[in-house]
Design a protein around this ligand. Sequence first.
Ligand code: URP
Ligand code: ZN
Ligand code: ZN
Ligand code: ZN
Length: 488
Amino acid sequence: SSSKILIKGGTVVNAHHQEIADVYVEDGIIVAVQSNLKVGDDVVVLDATGKYVMPGGIDPHTHLDMEFMGTQTIDDFFSGQAAALAGGTTMHIDFVIPVNGSLTAGLELYKQKAQKSCMDYGFHMAVTKWDEVVSREMDLMVKEEGINSFKFFMAYKGSFMINDELLIEGFKKCKSLGALPMVHAENGDAVFEGQKRMIELGITGPEGHALSRPPLLEGEATSRAIRLARFVNTPLYVVHVMSIDAMEEVAKARKSGQRVIGEAVVSGLILNDSVLWDPDFSIAAKYVMSPPIREAGHGKALQGALSSGVLQLVGTDHCTFNSAQKAFGIDDFRKIPNGVNGLEERMHLVWDTMVESGQMSVSDYVRITSTECAKIFNIYPKKGAILPGSDADIIILNPNASFTISAELHHYRTDTNVYEGVTGKGKVEVTIAGGKIVWQNGELKAFPGSGKYVEMPPFSYVFDGIEKADSSYLSSLKAPVKRFRSST
Ligand code: URP
Ligand code: ZN
Ligand code: ZN
Ligand code: ZN
């Protein structure tokens, strides 16, 4: 049976260490990592000589089966995950969207959607309004439901967007729960003004999307979120850092000692905005996402930020629509559903862009595609490592083989691919998820219902840090307090 697997002779790479070793898997768990393992003849043996054996990818940012901008993303928890497995990703964390502001109703809906999962998954929870009920629901999410992160949208005015008051309340609540607040950082009110300007100028095509929400507005919101997190004294996770402007805010905060995590996404590293000017709407529209794909130069800077550690991990923001859905915005870019693909391509494109190009070591690749995510969301070393006792989510990557991306070949439901025609070096030849071979020789064996929900516990280190850090914040207020007292 395939519940016992031996991976022989590969270079086993963890974020902390690499060595040539065999890896033995039984019943979904890694049992041993050592040289010259001897096993019985009921074991499936995979030869990994000359190849890398690494933890399966973990995508921290996806939107499967999401109701958004008047439509529904086309990849669901089966098609999106099956594609992920074919590309070497074995876990993702999806964003639960509340139903009429209710977190509980949102979670119930997403639990239903995720029943057909064929790989492990976790949830972040979006918070789109604020009242006592939402506040109590956040307790429930952390204490009963295995959710330790909450996302606040500073953009999407009129739907998901929240104001600074909610942001502060949400940050405070996260801090009290040991949960991590996340932000989509764009100034939604200014974006609204930018969109009006474009329409007044008669710019209604996809290029208007990028022109209406420049890097300036991403930088402003990133700076504001970071400063408010500092004011509340909570760690902060900035999703999809797409511009130099936002990245520099993250860099500045980290340099000052603030606990800010910056997430890159594949589209932001690789694409540039020239595609949005394509005269063919059906081509340009597929690249519309928020924050927008930026001018050439931003991507290269974001790659540098990943290799220097200013940004800590890379996700996809996978959020797919087919051409018919993108065409809702043919007369008005504001109606183009926002989002691009990436779940299946991430591991290949990051390898080619960061490792094959010489910008990053293989260990660092494992860190930014898997280990760091597992650590940030408190599921390491169950996930994100090839260690005895860890879940058997493993890939075998052949650095000498190449990959080709196209809508013809991909495993999504969507009919286009933003990386159409891209080729590169480094190919995921085998994916093992939950101890089963699910991808080998170009053949996918994904079974609905085989994926498990991964609970993410809250962070004790937040609690541990609060008292100390708060007292230093209070002591910085001491002088004015004393002056006030002595003058009365
Ligand atoms: O365009 C995007 N990014 N769509 C998904 C929703 C979000 O903002 O992450
Ligand atoms: Zn070792
Ligand atoms: Zn977002
Ligand atoms: Zn997103």
